[in-house]
Ligand binder design. Structure first.
Ligand SMILES: O=C(O)/C=C/C(=O)CC(=O)CC(=O)O
Ligand code: CA
Ligand code: MG
Length: 366
């Protein structure tokens, strides 16, 4: 639990102690260091003021935090605090940038179809999600109801997860070049894009996901600043994208884990993603649309080439047809009430070490 939360990481979060006010802290080992004494934007009740200030301020704040932590400040044990959404979510966008995921979903839901749609390798496909239902890790997930087919309304029977990486926009902008990515993106967080596959299959053509994904999206309580991460070479792209999507920008060596009721069922590798976060932001703003402080955009489900690397249960269990066996001996196709899913992850840090991205978990309730 405390592994990967050393001074090379220091992810930001927002916590309360008892009935106290919300404060910004950083995770250190199994606890939180209160940053409110550092004053300025670190004395706020959410990360938004700091996020809005821009890259120079972010780097200065991180230097101040590193120096503060080096003094050996008091560390409040995690079990004494309540963790909140670390930032106020402005708009929420979700991409679809894993080629493995897109091919798997297509083969499962649209057998016989060509696989990737014709534009897939020309632009990062995405949809606009619902920011009002982005919730912090630990928030119970109420099973959504909806139309499951013609004449059928009721609780979803095919409730699923999507393991994703979220990018948090700090500085507003429009027509953001891929080379300006680090000027606008403050940090990364883990995302679970809960998805009701039965609602989705019935509603999604031709406009894409609507109620199947709008009921809840969970995020980790920790935002790992971009400064903590090592940029790595992204995947090669063929055909070469248009100019506004070049250069591709950095990849990140993030390794996710998906646990279903404490059974590790998958380890999705972020390095296998086709489109980069810089290209996603460039595309999102290429028509003149603006992004603002607190915008969250998610990578899309992270699925690697292997069965045990997929980021959704739709893929893992082949739409429920090939259930997985959990450690307690029970079989699962989709989520049952009471099930707990925890998505975790580690990252290659700027210091060359492996740091933790924390985790995002949720329990399904009726
Ligand atoms: O291909 C489809 O019909 C559906 C795909 C998804 O549900 C995935 C989605 O939300 C985007 C992503 O997370 O990659
Ligand atoms: Ca998704
Ligand atoms: Mg969602």
């Amino acid at each position: 639990m405390s592994d990967g939360f050393g001074p090379d990481n220091l992810p930001y979060g927002v916590f309360t102690l008892g009935r106290g006010e919300r404060r910004i802290g950083v995770r250190l080992g199994n606890g939180v260091v209160d940053l409110s004494a550092l004053g300025g934007r670190l004395a706020a009740a959410s990360l938004n003021p700091l996020m809005a200030a821009g890259r120079q301020e972010w780097t200065a704040a991180r230097e101040a935090v590193v120096a503060h932590v080096a003094w050996g400040p008091p560390v409040i044990p995690l079990h004494d605090v309540t963790l909140h959404l670390p930032f106020e979510v402005a708009d929420y966008t979700d991409f679809y940038s894993s080629e493995h995921h897109a091919l798997n979903v297509s083969a499962i839901l649209r057998p016989g179809s060509p696989g990737l749609s014709p534009q897939w390798k020309h632009l990062p496909i995405g949809y606009h999600g619902r920011s009002a239902t982005v919730v912090v890790s630990g928030t119970p997930i109420v099973r959504p109801s909806g139309q499951l087919g013609e004449g059928l309304f009721g609780p979803s029977r095919r409730l699923d997860v999507e393991a994703e990486v979220g990018f948090v926009v700090g500085r507003p902008g429009r027509r953001i070049a891929t080379t300006e990515f680090a000027e606008h993106v403050f940090g990364v967080t883990l995302v679970n894009d809960w998805s009701a596959r039965d609602l989705q299959a019935w509603e999604y053509r031709p406009l894409g996901p609507f109620l199947a994904k709008s009921f809840a999206t969970s995020v980790s309580p920790w935002v790992v600043p971009l400064d903590a991460l090592a940029p790595v070479q992204a995947q090669p792209q063929d055909p070469e994208p248009l100019d506004y999507l070049r250069p591709a920008g950095p990849g990140f060596d993030l390794r996710l884990t998906v646990e279903w009721n404490d059974t590790l069922v998958s380890t999705p590798p972020f390095t296998s993603m086709y489109w980069t976060a810089a290209q996603q932001l460039a595309h999102l703003t290429s028509n003149g649309a603006s992004v603002r402080t607190g915008d969250l955009y998610a990578s899309g489900t992270v699925s690697g080439p292997e069965r045990e690397q997929v980021g959704s249960f739709l893929e893992l269990t082949r739409n429920g047809d090939d259930p997985v066996k959990l450690a307690d001996g029970t079989l699962r196709g989709f989520l049952e009430n009471g099930d707990v899913v925890r998505i975790g992850g580690t990252a290659l840090s700027a210091a060359g070490t492996r740091i933790s991205l924390g985790s995002v978990s949720g329990t399904v309730v009726p």
